[in-house]
Structure formats: structure tokens, C-alpha cells
Design a protein around this ligand. Sequence first.
Ligand SMILES: [Zn+2]
Length: 374
Amino acid sequence: MKFNDIIGNDAAKMQLRAMIDNDRIPHAILLSGPQGIGKLALARTAAQYIHCDHRTDGEPCEICPSCRQHQTFNHADTFFSFPVVKGKSNSKPTSDDYINEWKHFLSENPIENYQNWLKELNNENAQPQIYASESSSIITKMSYASYSAKYKVLILWLPEKMNEECANKLLKIIEEPFPDSIFIMVSDNPKEILPTIYSRLQRVEMKKLSTKEVAQFLERHYAISHQDAIAVAAPADGNIITAQSTIALDSENREFFENFMALMRLAYSRDLKSLKKWSENINNFKREKIKRFLQYLARMVRENYIYNLHNSELNYLNRSEEQFSNRFSPFINDGNAERMIAEIEKAERDVQGNANGKILLFDFAIKITILIKR
Ligand SMILES: [Zn+2]
């Protein structure tokens, strides 16, 4: 990744570039600033720039072996530390135990998204930490001679998640660093970093993005018009993650709507073969998504029932949903609305209870077929 690929924050980019160009790189750098601006991306670009064999116009070349290794997160002198969770059989976890999840996370999230990291750890309610076991691992890695580069770089994401034992152990090598080692810490909340560590970090501050900059990111990464990008960016308060979740919600909603229409059409025409395919398709969603889809179905059945009563003040359908409901709603009425919702809620409970999704969803589709009035 190039500096130019990172939106905004020109002052921070210039500060880092100057340190590296002049070979006056502090041993411990702190990149801080609000969430959703790409701090981790900038840290990774700085590391790539440090290691690049052919820096060109203030950018990493992107084609030398070092750059290529950086692009695939496999650079031998670059290490990552980040918050993790304790496993069933692992009470002393380190980042290395989660390196595959981490690489997947980096490749899927150009802007680091903490919620997505929790999903990657398979526990959205987790409170991951950087444990004392990690500091031992860091000290070992940093004490070896570098593999091929002049500097070893360790990118530490969220130093505020270091537990005290870890921070105290790490303090020693931040106070007396190995001459060829560079720490780049990336923090959302620098005030929560242990003060003895914080005071030894060379600070590079990144700022909140403007609406225009968030929109620029959206236009680069999504098939979205300039006008739509501005409309999504404006309420996001400079946070790309917030803007991304608006876009994701929108596209998920569209997907759910398509599947709702398909279910009702197939159920009406008693097309069991296609319903089986439909249930297999839904079963390919992750479990949390199946639950969200079933909640969406319950909402649509309610909305259509209300629509059918012509109480237009009460429903909240968007335009394409309303067009469909115009023709479909007569099939949802006093005779079946409640039972349909009960079936949806039952399916949601069964999904939660680990039942076989394929069978459960096909069974559910058949029940809807029976309940649809012809
Ligand atoms: Zn290069």
C-alpha cells in the first residue's frame, strides 16, 4: 500500500516519511487518532516504506521483494501484536496463535474495524487483551538479528489493551531498545496506555477525516456515485467504519428483500424443488445473518399485514418493498399472519439452538407454503 492510498492526514504522512527518509526513525512510535481513519493502514505503509528497496517519489515501490512480502503480510522482519482471547486449551495466548485470522482480517478490512476483529475471533462479546505471554514473544522476536532488512518492525495494534503485566515487561525493551528494532503502536485511546510507556513514545497524531475525505474513500472502494458517497459520508462524522456499515446494511437489506420475495413467490406456487434450493441458499449465511434474515421476514410479514389493512400510517416500507407489497399483501391476513410470525420466531429459536440448518429452513419454507392463502 502507498501513502497515497490512505485518505487524508497529510501532516502525519509527511512526518513519518521525513523520519524514514532521513533515517532518523524513533525506536517507538505512537500513531493515534479517532477510529475509522486508517491508522493501522498508515502504520503498515510506513513499515513497508522502511523496508522498500526502491523508494520512489516518497512512496514504497510496490514491486521489490520486500514490498511484495508486505502486501501478503509475510515480511520476515515485520511482526504484529494485537489483542486476542484465551482459548479453551490455551491460557497463555499470543498473537502468533491467531496469525491466520489476523491476515484474513487485514485483507478484508482496509480500515481496521474492531467489531470485525471480534467477529474474526469468533466472539462478538469478547474483551480481547494483549497478555503477558505476548510480551515474552515480542522480546524473543526483537532480540534476534533481523532476517534481511536493516530494521525489524513490530506493529502493535491497540497498546491500550495490554494488561499491566504485559506493559511492564515490555517497558524494558522500550526503555533500552535493540538498535535495529522499531515499534509502531497504533492506538484509539492513548490516554489508556500505561503512562511509563506512553511517555517514551514518539507521537504522530492523525485527525478525524472530513466528509469529503470519507466520501473519497467510499468512491474508491465501492461502486457508488459521488452524490451517494457524500450522502452516506455526511452523517458518519469522519468515521469510515460508520459509513461502511451504512453501505453494508443497505446491501444486506436488498439481499434479504430478494430472498423474502423469492420465498413468498415459491411458497405461493408450491414449488418445492426451488424452495429446497432457497433453503440451502439461506443456510449458507452465517448463523447470525440467518437470525437477522428471519427477523427481517417477521418484520415484512407484519408490515404486509398492516399494509393489507390499509393503515398506511403504520408501516415503514421502502419503495421497492412497497411495490411488492402492493400485490402481495392480500395473501397475509387475519387467517395466517400470527401463525406465520410464530413459525418465523420458532425457526429463529431453532437456529440459535444449533439445529440442522438445511432441514430446519426447508421445513420452515414448507410451513409457509401451507400458510399462504391461495
Ligand atoms: Zn519496494
